[in-house]
Design a protein around this ligand. Sequence first.
Ligand code: AQP
Length: 332
Amino acid sequence: MSRIFSGVQPTGNLHLGNYLGAIRNFVRLQDDYECIYCAVDMHAITVWQEPEQLRKNIREVAAAYLASGVDPKKSIIFAQSNVHAHAELAWIFNCVARIGWLNRMTQFKEKAGKNRENASLGLYAYPSLMAADILVYKATHVPVGEDQKQHLELTRDIAQKFNNDFGTELFPMVEPLIFGEATRVMSLRDGTKKMSKSDPSDYSRITLTDGKDEVAKKLKKARTDADPLPEEVKGLEDRPEAANLVGIYAALADMSKEDVLKEYAGSQFSVFKPALTELAMEKFGPIGDEMKRLMADPGYVDEVLKDGAERAAAIANPIIREVKETVGFLVS
Ligand code: AQP
C-alpha cells in the first residue's frame, strides 16, 4: 500500500482553504493509502509563535483532522516535534539541498517580504524540513493545495540528489495529490491573493470554527463585481472574486463549476452569497462544532497525538537509521 504524508501548520485561524485544499482530501484518502498526518509545529516556529498559543494551535490542528473525519485508528495523527527523526533528516537534507534551489522558492520570498535579512534561517530552510517530513516515512504521495507544488518539486530534487550522491535508491520520488475544485482558495477581500491564516484581515477568510452569523457577515462583505453570474466558466475569466466564490461553492457541493453555473447563471451575488452561506454551514458547521467540543476537553486529543507519535516514530526510526548508515555516520 502506498504511503501518504501531509501536514498543516499550527498557526491558528484554520480556514476554508486549508480544509478544501488539504484536510478534506486527507479523509478521502485514508481507505486507499497508509496515511500519516502531522501538525507541523517545527514549521510554525519559522515565524514567531507565542508558546501558549502554539500549544493550543497544535491541538486545534489535531482537532480539525479528527472533526473532519480522519480516523485515528486507521491514520496516524501526531505533532512533528514529537518524532525526532524529522529534525535529524532535515539537517542531512540541509547539506544536500543547494542554496540556489532555495533561492528560487516563491513562498520564502512572499513570507520574508522586504525584510528578507531579518527572516529566520528556519524560514529559509523550510522546504528542506518539509522534504524530511515526507521522506523520513518514504511517503510516495502528498495531498496538498497548489501553493505547495514548488516545495514538492524541491523534495524530489533533494531525494534525487541524495540517491545520486550516495548511489542508492533509498528515497522514492514523491507525487503531489492536488484535486478538487478548490486547490487554491482565494482571499475574500482580494481574489488575486490566496486565503491565508496570516492575513491580517479576519474578513479575508472563513475559519472552520466560524458560526453561521460570522460566515454570513464575511460572505456579505466579500468583494465581488456588479455583474450577475455568467452561463459558462469562460465568463469567470478576469473575474477573480466571482471565480473564487463559484469555486468554493463547487468544492463544498462536490459539483463542477459548470454545474454550479447551470444552477446560478444570471443570479446576482445577493442571491448567490446567502446560498453559499447555507451550503458552507451545512458542510462544515458540524466540523466547527466538533472542533470546539474536542478543544474544550484536550485529554482525548493529547492521547491521539501521543499514540500517533509512537506509531510514526516506529516507521521513521528504521528509515533514519538507514539514512545515517548510508551517509557514513556510526550507528550503534
Ligand atoms: N488558500 C488555500 N487554498 C487551498 N489550499 C490551501 N492550503 C493553504 N492555503 C490554501 C493548503 O493547506 C495545507 C496546510 O497549509 P499550511 O498550514 O502548511 O500553510 P500555508 O500553505 O502557508 O497556509 P496558510 O493558511 O497560507 O498559512 P500562512 O498564512 O501561515 O502562510 C497545505 O496543503 C496548503 O497547500
